[in-house]
Design a protein around this ligand. Sequence first.
Ligand SMILES: Cc1cc2nc3c(=O)[nH]c(=O)nc-3n(C[C@H](O)[C@H](O)[C@H](O)COP(=O)(O)OP(=O)(O)OC[C@H]3O[C@@H](n4cnc5c(N)ncnc54)[C@H](O)[C@@H]3O)c2cc1C
Length: 430
Amino acid sequence: MKTEESSENEFFDVAVIGAGPAGCMAAIQAGKARKSVVLLERNSEIGKKLLLTGKGRCNVSNSAGVCDLAARFARHGGFYRHAFTRFSSGNLSRFFAASGLSLKTERQGRIFPVTDKASSVNEVLEKEMRAAGVNIYFNTRVISVTKSKGSFKLTVEGIDRDIYARNVIVATGGCSYTGTGSTGDGFLFARSFGHDIEELFPALVPLTVKEEWVKTLQGLTLKNIRIVFECIKKKIVSDIGECMFTHFGISGPLVLDLSGEILPYVIKNGSVNAYIDVKPGLALEQLESKFLKEFVTKGNMDLKNYLGTILPHRLAVIFPEIAGILPGKKLNQITRPERKALAVFLKKLSFTIDGSLPLNRAMVTAGGVSIKQIDAKSMESKKVFGLYFAGEVIAGHAPSGGYNLQQAFSTGYLAGENAALSRAEGEGND
Ligand SMILES: Cc1cc2nc3c(=O)[nH]c(=O)nc-3n(C[C@H](O)[C@H](O)[C@H](O)COP(=O)(O)OP(=O)(O)OC[C@H]3O[C@@H](n4cnc5c(N)ncnc54)[C@H](O)[C@@H]3O)c2cc1C
């Protein structure tokens, strides 16, 4: 039931800002509850960022259970537990299936649409919004949100009138890949209502490295290596996977996933130490005895050629230099300390992380609206009645694997469902 506040302005039960996955899901839920809903999107289409996800295939969720999903959000996990319970990955799969889009589960529980196309996800979201009677205003950027006498006023660019609403859901995303429309406006709206913003920094982002030799390995990918990050000699995090060398440092799934954990240390201390264990399957002593044996049996071989048999060629070429041993030295001339040093280097190829690519190149913005001031049961602000948050605008991020999109859908669902409950100011959500 749309009512006119004045001939020039429009009044809705719920106004959703941002048509990413969080905003669309919120609008669908509020619309299904038969509320008048408007969705304001600055772009001319919904889900511009979503189209980029999963390399265009959209890793829409993960089949992990609620506890595992929450655990992926580290210290923010407890906050998201209710949202994941209320709208789980199973619920999401059923939502899409009911609208004609089946999902499939791949390795590590990653869920994708069977079409392998992110655009199919957007098509379902738009179809469901239309079915739920949501008014979608494209090319409409919200500039400010204020509240007086129990209703919100949204000042917008793109249409020549203001929008009024009893409830507002801020689903404006983070502030990375700004070309998709997510430029951080939601943080400004939150701040204007007195919300704290947890420090914003890049997550799921490639890291920059100080040492030049790392950059000379540009294009090389090492599989099944262990990477360890340390700060002031204390281990921060370590994991096994795939690392890619680039002209500025390191990237690849392993590095992207750990980046959010280590960057706070880089920000605080200026840099952190990293080392790669090229042979995680062999203990140092095993590697040393392998060298001891083979340096005798293959005594006439050059060190460089020998390393080529156990390492990728590019690494074998620069390895003796890093270890400070002549590459042309015959194996039977290598001294005991040199042999030991080689083994240590293979287990601990060290370099310095001094930063990351900028926030705009991060797949996810870490930090955001503080979870302390949002009710985890409803996504409503604890400071402002009728103000809700959903998706990446809220602090907390997870590694790759579909967790971040599930967070957007789950929090969007909860915010939409609760914003649609008719309440008088002062009454709480159940
Ligand atoms: C390259 C890339 C690949 C990714 N792949 C995956 C993946 O496979 N799986 C996964 O789980 N996550 C992935 N992510 C992360 C995922 O895309 C985000 O977590 C998710 O899009 C967040 O959803 P959201 O709705 O909160 O925000 P967004 O998707 O950022 O949507 C916010 C919307 O708000 C609009 N908006 C902003 N400000 C205003 C305003 N003032 N007025 C009106 N509209 C406004 C924007 O135009 C935008 O449409 C990827 C991210 C990137 C960049």
